[in-house]
Design a protein. Structure first.
Length: 436
């Protein structure tokens, strides 16, 4: 057994004992009461999932296996002292539960390089789609097309014992993650560079190779994509993309099915599509104000107009967080380190000064602070990735790290199919009125 796979099994087998003990001895323990309001507003705050890879704290932000983003940037291995942590290290942490050493991370890089061959029929599927197909549509279809390669699916049909479901799921997950940069870059070059594709460089790390295949070879943009892949990798289990992968996977659908479905959720305007909406909104503001350099007062007025028109200010607010998203802060620090006097980034920084105050004035916003989407597009745009309809695909490449690590653990725990109870609206009305 490959040594990182073996480390995961040795560690996670102990977690499985705890999972089974809780299930056997404490299934009747009441941990929360659910209100009608929670049911009618998206089940927010209801503890109903097991996700080990990360946890979102309203006041501290995201923690990956207990580590904050600043701690990850300090502790995870990197290629050199001045660079950003390698996403391979975060994947190891989420899978195994401990900070890897440099050799562990380089091992994953090499492993993914050897697994990165994309079957020809996947490229054929992409090429068969209309050129005006959205990048996320192509991305999800490409992932789905690789289900023909599923090792888990073949093992299941051959009658493998369920205690070994995790083993072939691990193989599928590693193969899928390894191939995502190649697929994403292929879609990017097809869509925006006349199909002039760039072959992968097996000597580069996972995120660095993605930048290379997209046609961006500066060291700074490779560092940016390493940071981007780390901070977008996971956000506990209840967000749409993570929950979708868990839900579809709970039916024992193979990882390609589960992750393709997750990407359809990520493509929604209220989820991963938001990073595109931020850039669109800024450009619309510049056009409306007839200036590329709006003043703070003009920006404030446009924010008020946006709210008056019944729209939201994209990139601000979060369902859980009650502070500035640490992922926003990490990107802001990156910009301060490498970028001087970029107009779009200057506007993003001014928005940070203006928008929270505007939102507080409404008295209706619990969190007026920026989230990860408020900054990410401006950095990508600065480094020449100006095709913002592609930004959600990059998000999708990153999100695989946490979501698919969780799917392996789901299979090792032997989690059952997810099946909550539902009732007609009339039932809730009767409950509320005490007439049930």
């Amino acid at each position: 057994m490959e040594y990182i796979k073996n480390r995961f099994y040795q560690k996670a087998s102990k977690w499985t004992v705890d999972y089974q003990r809780l299930k056997k001895d404490h299934s009747d323990k009441v941990i929360a009461q659910v209100t009608i309001g929670q049911v009618l507003t998206g089940m927010k705050g209801v503890p109903s999932l097991v996700t080990d890879t990360s946890k979102l704290d309203a006041n501290e932000g995201i923690r990956f296996r207990g580590y904050s983003i600043p701690e990850l940037r300090e502790k995870l291995p990197r290629l050199n002292k001045e660079g950003e942590p390698l996403p391979e290290g975060l994947f190891y942490l989420m899978l195994v539960g401990e900070i890897p050493d440099r050799d562990d991370v380089l091992n994953i890089s090499k492993d993914w390089a050897t697994r990165s061959h994309v079957p020809q029929h996947t490229f054929d599927v992409i090429e068969s789609m209309p050129r005006n197909s959205k990048p996320m549509t192509q991305f999800s279809m490409a992932i789905l097309s690789m289900a023909t390669e599923s090792i888990f699916q073949k093992a299941y049909r051959a009658g493998v014992n369920k205690k070994y479901y995790w083993d072939t799921t691990y193989e599928d997950v590693m193969n899928l993650i390894a191939r995502l940069p190649r697929i994403a870059a292929y879609i990017y070059r097809r869509e925006f560079h006349n199909g002039n594709h760039i072959e992968p460089n097996p000597h580069l790390d996972w995120a660095g190779n993605l930048a290379h295949m997209m046609g961006h070879d500066s060291e700074e943009i490779k560092r940016l994509l390493r940071l981007y892949m780390v901070i977008h990798a996971d956000h506990e289990g209840g967000n749409v993309s993570a929950h979708t992968a868990h839900l579809v996977g709970s039916a024992l659908s193979n990882p390609y099915y589960a992750y393709s479905a997750a990407m359809l959720g990520l493509a929604g305007p209220l989820h991963g599509y938001a990073n595109q909406e931020v850039i669109n909104w800024i450009f619309d503001m510049q056009k409306s104000l007839y200036t590329e350099n709006p003043t703070k007062e003009q920006i404030a007025d446009y924010c008020h107009k946006t709210l008056k028109d019944g729209r939201v200010i994209p990139g601000y607010g979060h369902a859980v967080l009650r502070k500035t998203d640490p992922r926003f802060t990490a990107q802001k620090e990156f910009a301060e380190k490498y970028i001087k006097n970029d107009n779009l980034i200057n506007i993003v920084n001014t928005l940070y000064e203006v928008v929270p105050g505007v939102l507080k004035e409404t008295g209706k916003v619990n969190n007026p602070w920026p989230n990860v989407d408020a900054y990410s597009g401006s950095l990508l745009y600065h480094y020449g990735i100006k095709e913002y309809t592609f930004y959600t695909v990059l998000f999708g490449v990153s999100r695989a790290l946490g979501v698919l690590a969780s799917l392996i653990t789901d299979r090792l725990y032997g989690m059952p199919i997810e099946r909550p109870t539902s009732h007609p609206l009339e039932w809730y009305i009767k409950q509320a009125e005490g007439t049930a």
